[in-house]
Design a protein around this ligand. Structure first.
Ligand SMILES: Nc1ncnc2c1ncn2[C@@H]1O[C@H](COP(=O)(O)OP(=O)(O)OP(=O)(O)O)[C@@H](O)[C@H]1O
Length: 220
């Protein structure tokens, strides 16, 4: 994933990013840190191709985002990027299994195959015994692990986590971080956005964002 000279201006004139260069290599684990309002979420939107830059280039998995239509970009995102958010974003009233199975709706596999893969992903996050539970029957930590399973069930090239422990107690947060470590250990590229320096401290590389710019090249 490569950002070159990326600037992002929002309507109203806020310049959230002011010329960012950043390369995240395959298999890396990177924490993106910075104070509130520094541009972290905007950077996540750029890296995750949820939004387009005002200036500069975003390349992911060999594709130049500016050259893709919105439809192609959605397809690229579905295939290559998995997202985990602070607020879990699971479908209420839907079992853990089907929440995860929905993570590969785009790929065109039938329900049976999607459920098989979802079961394997839930086992991977230590929730093989909770497949039939709905979000309201699970703890916050379990819900976030379901969200991680959904994000990785399609085997994305890049897992992007935005404050993944922000809504969790310390013990559950540590479990989720261990899970992200494990995924990184088995080859997944992981980027974690956080303002929590303990969370950032666990990552082998830290990228600091301040006033819409990256400070230094990031410690590797
Ligand atoms: N959709 C938007 N429209 C206008 N301004 C925005 C929008 N999104 C973000 N901004 C502004 O861009 C700047 C960077 O915001 P951003 O959300 O990227 O920072 P952040 O580091 O993620 O902050 P936080 O840690 O509080 O979530 C801020 O000044 C913010 O007010």
């Amino acid at each position: 994933m490569e950002l070159t000279g990326v600037a992002k201006r929002y309507p109203g004139g806020v310049e959230a990013l002011r010329g960012v260069d950043l390369v995240i290599g395959r298999g890396e684990m990177t924490a993106i840190v910075g104070p509130s309002g520094s541009g972290k979420s905007t950077l996540l939107h750029m890296i995750g191709t949820l939004d387009r830059p005002s200036e500069g280039s975003v390349r992911i998995a060999g594709y130049e985002v500016a050259e893709l239509s919105d439809r192609e970009l959605s397809a690229l995102r579905a295939r290559h990027v998995g997202f985990v958010f602070q607020q879990f974003h699971l479908a209420v009233g839907v079992s853990a299994l089907d929440n995860v199975a929905d993570g590969i709706l785009y790929g065109g596999a039938g329900l049976r195959e999607r459920r098989e893969r979802a079961r394997a992903a839930l086992e991977r996050v230590g929730l093989g015994h909770r497949t039939g539970h709905r979000p309201n029957q699970m703890s916050g930590g379990e819900q976030q692990r379901v969200a991680v399973a959904r994000a990785v069930v399609g085997e994305p090239d890049l897992l992007l986590a935005d404050e993944p422990t922000g809504n969790l107690d310390t013990a559950s947060g540590a479990e989720v971080l261990e899970l992200l470590d494990d995924l990184h250990g088995t080859g997944t590229t992981v980027a974690i956005i956080t303002h929590d320096l303990d969370v950032a401290g666990r990552a082998p590389r830290r990228v600091r964002v301040r006033d819409g710019l990256i400070e230094g090249a990031g410690i590797r």
